[in-house]
Design a protein around this ligand. Structure first.
Ligand code: SAH
Ligand code: SF4
Ligand code: F3S
Length: 476
């Protein structure tokens, strides 16, 4: 890695260029701290999915290298909102909170406000921020999060407002600093972007084209994490099953999993998200034979109607989906399946919706995330005819939720009395005498135990099912 302390020449190559700006900023922050008699603080608020959570860890790594210290609240010198735009309510939430930041800034003249993430890739959002939120200092998108130190440097060097949004990128910048929230589990990006263009979805527009990281970079990161004490990794991508197709030396996701499995110290491997159209027999085989890959698969179905699925551009039918579930459960009967379902897609009829209920009844999901369809400007579905009214969609949503909850309670219960290995994650928030552990199948169990167990794998008896989680006790 190229590093430089020569302050007269700005490096052009990454990541050297960003280390150069982190250096400059650290010196600047040290002077500021001396003047103020306190450290400069930062706070990142993350909206949206695991991708955003992972990006926030990278942003935190940059800020800490540049000399900022983290604080829990938005009363900080540098506040960054990492936004999501997958559904309209994600946007509404962010706008409300930006207003609140404006009030905080009036009380702290040092405060800088920055916005990034998926919402910032939408031109109408940028227009609104330029016009109506003058107190926002820095705005950037999903393609240049690695540039954070450089963008802050521009601001502190006198630029009034810094807007830097790229339309896309084919670049993957490796080897930047990153923080992780937990000492025992961490997410690892294996690919960025999405090429699927499901007709309702904004993600391909705001995250750009699919790019896979090189396997050697992924494995090096996993090895580094293992050396730091991480025992569980979550491999992240919008469609992990199409991993490796764009590499110079193509490699399948199943092959990548085999390599990750070889890393000593890693005990558990999870991944998100699997698109049903690309889930291979090879993957099922690798999962089945693995000692480390968790017994959980998140397999978004979106709809049970073949006609709706076709118009969603999902490229599988109701029967394909059910056959896939069957194949997975035959190979791994103990697996926990979860899914995402959208209700009220344009043109969805009562009959289509009944197909969704039918698949839910047949597939057996341990849990399902259910969403009301949200119109995203610029996607093909936004201009489709026969948009479903709010009343009809809500009524269907409630029926679906009732079925999903009933089924999920029934399926969760099936493990009562078993002894399971869990990764102890934290003290229970409601009852401090309890610890919370996660099973391989992603269920949670609360049990009495000492804090020293956090981050460890222990055996727990699942004594009592409480609907969506268990109460239990240490088994050894
Ligand atoms: N790449 C993942 C999903 C990422 S978005 C996949 O394909 O499975 C997470 C979920 O949000 C999706 O699975 C979908 O159910 C939901 N979603 C996406 N766009 C939506 C929209 N416009 N309205 C409602 N839900 C949406
Ligand atoms: Fe969106 Fe479909 Fe890509 Fe998932 S696979 S991110 S739903 S376009
Ligand atoms: Fe949201 Fe962006 Fe994730 S739109 S769901 S944060 S990829």
């Amino acid at each position: 890695m190229e590093m430089t302390n020569n302050k007269t020449q700005v490096p052009t190559l990454e990541p050297a260029r960003q280390f150069y700006f982190m250096d400059l900023l650290r010196e600047y922050n040290e002077k500021k701290s001396a003047e103020l008699g306190r450290k400069l603080t930062y706070h990142i608020e993350t909206f949206g999915c695991q991708m955003n959570a992972k990006d926030s860890e990278k942003l935190a790594g940059i800020l800490e290298t540049a000399g900022y210290v983290p604080v829990e609240s938005e009363q900080a010198d540098f506040v960054l909102y990492n936004t999501c735009t997958v559904r309209e309510n994600a946007n509404t939430k962010v706008y409300g909170r930006i207003g609140y930041l404006g009030n905080l800034k009036k009380k702290n003249p040092e405060m800088k406000i920055a916005l990034c993430g998926c919402m910032m890739q939408e031109p109408h959002v940028i227009e609104k921020i330029k016009k109506s939120y003058h107190f926002v200092d820095i705005v950037f998108g999903t393609h240049n999060i690695y540039m954070l130190a450089e963008l802050i440097w521009r601001k502190v060097s006198g630029q009034k407002r810094v807007f830097e949004i790229l339309d896309g990128t084919d670049k993957i910048v490796e080897d930047l600093p990153s923080e992780h929230k937990y000492g025992f589990k961490a997410g690892v990006n294996i690919m960025y972007g999405c090429n699927n263009f499901c007709s309702y979805c904004i993600v391909p527009y705001v995250r750009g084209r699919e790019r896979s990281r090189k396997p050697e970079d992924i494995i090096a990161e996993v090895q580094k994490l293992a050396a730091e004490g991480i025992v569980e990794v979550m491999l992240l991508g919008q469609n992990v099953n199409s991993y490796g197709k764009t590499l110079d030396n193509p490699m399948s996701f199943a092959e990548l999993l085999r390599e990750v499995e070889k890393v000593d110290g890693i005990e558990r491997i999870r991944f998100m998200t699997s698109h049903p159209k690309d889930l291979s027999d090879e993957l099922i085989e690798v999962m089945k034979n693995s000692k480390k890959i968790c017994r959980h698969l998140h397999l978004p179905m979106q709809s049970g109607s073949t006609d709706v699925l076709r118009r969603m551009n999902r490229k599988y039918t109701k029967d394909d989906y059910l056959a896939l579930v069957e194949k997975i459960k035959t190979a791994m009967p103990e697996i926990s399946l979860t899914t995402d379902i959208i209700v009220g897609f344009p043109g969805e009829t009562e009959e289509d919706f009944c197909d969704t209920l039918d698949v839910v009844a047949k597939a057996g999901f341990d849990s399902a995330y259910t969403f009301l369809y949200s119109k995203r400007t610029g996607t093909p579905a936004a201009i489709m005819e026969n948009q479903v009214t709010d009343e009809v969609a809500k009524e269907r949503f409630n029926r679906l939720l009732a079925l999903v909850s009933e089924q999920s309670a029934k399926l969760t219960e099936r493990h009562t009395g078993e002894v399971a290995e869990v990764l102890v994650e934290e003290r229970n928030e409601q009852d401090a005498s309890l610890l919370t552990g996660r099973l391989s199948n992603n269920l949670l169990v609360h049990f009495p135990g000492a804090e020293t167990l956090i981050g460890k794998l222990v055996k727990v008896k699942l004594s009592e099912c409480k609907g969506f989680y268990y109460l239990g006790s240490l088994a050894e």
